[in-house]
Design a protein around this ligand. Structure first.
Ligand SMILES: *[C@@H]1O[C@H](CO)[C@@H](O)[C@H](O)[C@H]1NC(C)=O
Ligand SMILES: *[C@@H]1O[C@H](CO)[C@@H](O)[C@H](O)[C@H]1NC(C)=O
Length: 412
């Protein structure tokens, strides 16, 4: 990702958008995005949805463990999840989640990769050219890069979606026109099936959370860039959409065209590691159903996930609602013709942000069903909120590393 003029790089925008060709004339790089593949043939793919809910706890288990290894103390939100006894297998079925991804360049000369943008983890991994399960992906060829360095360390990382094994490398990584020099990452020699192509469309994954939850004990690409002092502001910002051409990641800036300026509201990161903030309230129809809870802002999770009790409290008075639980995961349905009356509002930093019916309603639970799946689900092993794509599609989000705060604004 190179910009031809220095002024363009001051507002480095990586746009992630479906079916729009890459263009450089306006300083914006447009890259394809994701599919909403929880929706198959007009209804929700329930096995994909279950796999997603299931996989979320794997991801948080891994990152909680990394936090404890890196800081010497248990993450305050980890107690419930870490005390649940069974080691769970990662399900090997189509993940089926909405992924937002964009391009990065790695090495000298640059090798280009698509990476999933994940604010719920910190590390970068890519398939190495020695990866046997990575056919269809772009693969990192270290010997072709004059800046590559083999750190001679084997590593395994587990994610919500699966597991990757390989070798730690460092090399130069460019994101939105900015360079992270000697960035530590994992060049994978093995991908679990969830990361194989075409199930997993991007080549690898790029974490945007803090160093404290890095399995590689390394800074994120964004932290490396930010620490080098080149950014106008130590922020990155996203607009996420399922509409083609509308998603965008800005490095070092916000894009004022995408949000309503005077609605931008900041709330402090309460514990560096995740992008963790206080969720002041969740309300529906003017009444509060949950208040003052820890929440994690996670672009790598599709749904909004909370405790069983909070999910139950959300849906319990809704006429015709029902739920089903499998392996600790509970999803809820509301009659499709009334679900629009029961969408949530999330309050952060003193301002409420509405979730639209279009994003809250995942669609009929099965073919021909008149019950539609709601975007808030419950899990028995967490005691916080994971605020994922269903909420984030309704706002412009500013991740302000410099002032350790998160800003939300209404979309323009
Ligand atoms: C990234 O993904 C998009 C859409 O799938 C594709 O058009 C583009 O060529 C990919 N880039 C690379 C480097 O493969
Ligand atoms: C969820 O299921 C339980 C057990 O079937 C039931 O008691 C509860 O009322 C259900 N909640 C909703 C919101 O339907």
């Amino acid at each position: 990702m190179k910009f031809s003029s220095p002024s363009a790089s001051l507002l480095a925008l990586v746009s992630i958008a479906a079916a729009v060709p890459k263009s450089r004339n306006d300083g914006v790089i447009r890259i394809p995005l994701a599919r909403k593949s929880t929706d198959v043939a007009g209804h929700v793919d329930m096995s994909a949805l279950s796999a997603h809910l299931f996989s979320v706890s794997n991801k948080y288990r891994q990152t909680f463990s990394a936090f404890e290894a890196n800081t010497g103390y248990a993450h305050p939100l980890s107690a419930k999840m870490m005390s649940s006894i069974r080691e769970r297998d990662v399900p090997l079925i189509n993940q089926g989640t909405e992924l937002w991804y964009g391009e990065i360049d790695v090495g000298t000369p640059p090798q280009t990769f698509n990476v999933s943008i994940d604010t719920g983890s910190t590390d970068l991994f890519l398939p190495s050219v020695y990866c046997v399960d990575c056919e269809g992906h772009n693969m990192y060829h270290a010997v072709l890069s004059s800046t590559a360095q083999d750190e001679r360390k084997g590593v395994t990382l587990s994610y919500g979606e699966g597991e990757v094994m390989g070798d730690e490398y460092s090399d130069d990584v460019s994101l939105g026109g900015y360079k992270a020099s000697s960035q530590t990452f994992l060049a994978a020699n093995e991908y679990s099936s969830n990361f194989m192509y075409p199930e997993f469309q991007p080549d690898g994954l790029l974490g945007f959370a803090f160093e404290q939850i890095s399995g590689l004990k390394a800074k994120s690409v964004f932290e490396t860039i930010s620490d080098s002092g080149v950014l106008p502001k130590s922020v990155f910002s996203v607009k996420l959409s399922s509409t083609a051409g509308e998603s965008e990641l800005s490095i070092g800036a916000t894009n004022p065209n995408l949000y309503i300026e005077d609605t931008l509201t900041y709330t402090a990161v309460t514990n560096e590691g995740y992008w963790q903030v206080n969720l002041e309230a969740v309300s529906r129809g003017g009444s509060t159903v949950a208040g003052n809870s820890a929440s994690i802002i996670d672009t790598g999770t599709t749904m909004i996930i909370t405790t069983d009790a909070a999910a139950e409290a959300y849906y319990q008075d809704i006429p015709g609602s029902s739920n089903s639980t499998q392996e600790g995961m509970t999803y809820y349905t509301i009659p499709c013709d009334t679900i629009g009356l029961y969408t949530p509002t999330f309050s952060f930093g003193g301002r409420g942000f509405d979730v639209s019916e279009e994003t809250f309603n995942l669609g009929p639970e099965s073919e021909g069903s008149s019950d539609c799946v709601g975007g808030i689900a419950g899990r028995s092993d967490i005691d916080f909120w994971v605020v994922g794509g269903i909420f984030l599609q309704n706002v412009y989000t500013v991740f302000d590393q410099g002032n350790t705060q998160v800003g939300f604004a209404e979309l323009a």
